[in-house]
Design a protein around this ligand. Sequence first.
Ligand code: GLN
Ligand code: ZN
Length: 758
Amino acid sequence: MKTAVIGYPRVGALRELKFATEKYFNGDLTEKELQKAAKQLRKDHWDKQQSAGIDFISSNDFSLYDNVLDTAVLLNVIPKRYKALGLEESAEYFAMARGYQGEQGDVKALAMKKWFNTNYHYIVPEFEDETELLLVGEKPFKEFDEGKQEGVITKPVIIGPFTFLKLAKYTGEKKAEDFIEAITKAYAQILTRFQELSAEWVQFDEPALVTDLTEEDRALFVQLYQNILDQKGQVKVLLQTYFGDIRDIYQQVIDLAFDGIGLDFVEGKQNLTLLNNFGFPKDKTLFAGVVNGKNIWRNDYSVTLPVLDQLKSHCQSFVLSTSCSLLHVPYTLKNEQQITDRQKLYFSFAEEKLNELVELVDITKVENYFETDQFKENQEIFDRRDQFQNQAVQAKVKSLTEADFQRQPVFAERERIQREKYNLPLLPTTTIGSFPQTADVKKNRAQYKKGEISLEQYTAFNKKKIAECIALQEEIGLDILVHGEFERNDMVEYFGEHLAGFIFTQNAWVQSYGTRCVKPPIIWGDVSRIDAMTVDYSTYAQSLTNKPLKGMLTGPITILNWSFPREDIPLKDCVLQIALAIREEVLDLEKNGINHIQVDEAALREKLPLRKSDWYSEYLDWAIPAFRLVHSGVKPETQIHTHMCYSEFSDIIKDIDQMDADVITFEASRSDLSIVDVLRENQFKTQVGPGVYDIHSPRIPSVSEIKAVLTQILAKMPREKVWVNPDCGLKTRGNKEVIESLKNMVKAVEEVKKDGFE
Ligand code: GLN
Ligand code: ZN
């Protein structure tokens, strides 16, 4: 039996790629230097996997920004507006990723979306009617060659044509079907090229297969692959799926001429049943994903081995693999000094997962594997699991009743009370919470963490920043102010650090998009609030201004979704524990005179199950109530805001309204405002602030551009319901662009009012 890895993380164990790329963006590194850093990382990753004893090691899993964007560039799916800039290859690539504002023009970035049910974001490829899909790129071939030079015959990985066409956006008349011929040809050429380079296997990633498929989808998939596989020559083709099971297409898949099929046995609930029911072809190799590529807990061999036993009875040729790319887990436990050795026993990051794969293969060679030392050692850990328990919290969760999830009075009544009390102008302006985390802010935190400055010094600095931020917002003329979140490293980590039940890593970074990484906390035990977490800074900020200040919290669903969750209790219980803790904070803020409180649910949608049939039973039925529990105890006049980092919620629009917040802000500018129609059609009751400009890019929106967005929104929505704000927090941006952008935003509102409301 052999071992395979679907993909390896790429930012570097110490985020080397992030820092190199950012330096390159700032002009402090040449392109050549950036490429050199990238090459070093690829080599390190291959070395690690090779020395761990992995048989199938991927190449082209590396990316300077995003692998879907890489695929678009590989296939010449580059919209005209970027080509028109006439930039060099890599500048054009980054223009698509981040937007471009310079001598050659002014173009926004392509849209960005969550990668299936993960917190990774990909760049959405855009097809125009003029798009000429052709194999034009060299990246996968170069990286395969590079591996060869390093002594590793890799298995190149490319996003498959079906997933690529499904994820893309079509801006003209043409649809996916119109590109079948071209894309088939391109993928067949890819295989030919790899054959010339003597690759043994090529992996096509088709995670789109684990979603609900229609008859047309199935036909499209079969048509694509029949053609491609017809021309495959000597190279073996691995169809790799992950994030779920392929119940809608299993039979078609096993009938096609793939040489290997990769299935996820961690998230793919029905994959095993599919195999049991329909068998597995003798001439194919099964790549069995049994080591979790998404969570950081050690593999429980008593769960995995019986699965392998069953699989073995079906397959002649068999490879042990990760359940998905290891992109979604951090690099290694080796760089963690703060987690105790005892705790470390329970964890396994990318590097440690390599050892698990190899160990599992070893164990299965023994007939009575449960008698092996490795198995016994593994079981001993799970038997001794004595996680942090809090009986009081468990009891509180058990005793919750219907009434705890229902805020009083009803929305319309609260809206009236709040209008009367606050008398806010029409189209109130605000921000999403954070202001730029400039070098001095990060330095202050780093010094405090290292013990170089006292808590007093640390806090004093943050207060100075808050004062500056309040003054700045007053100068800009915003209506509802924020304190700026200078004390927060990350919106989830900050709360995790203040709540009982979480543990923290120092270097467990996971890529979120491009150069942005997050360091999710680990939910280790029962969660509870120890003390106030945000009250001091918020009340201080409020004391500096006569304008209303919005307190800023992260909601329970987002805390759960952006942490590594426990696997020993149901997610539902875990989220209710967190909700109770955040509820205490909400009530504390209210008691201390904060009248507007934003509870961010940036990540609500991302864990929405990929299949519709699971939406309610496995998620929304507990997620939405958890949010309601957070704010059901506040007074009618306390205005509850929430924020979401995406605009794609048409399908769960009613559920979002059911969260019963007073105001919701969300991303919209980057995805053409189509959501506004949906809001109208559904008579969305919550007041809304569709983001009027994109903060994920450094470009500054002009007044007229923002006005145009506003006009579009106001054409479709009652003006009393509309708020004006950027589409997300400003922490990743620089001060200069933030100030200019916000000034333009306020100006745009003034002009819109002048033009239309007089
Ligand atoms: N309040 C957070 C901020 O402004 C929200 C961030 C987010 O939505 N990702 O940074
Ligand atoms: Zn956001």
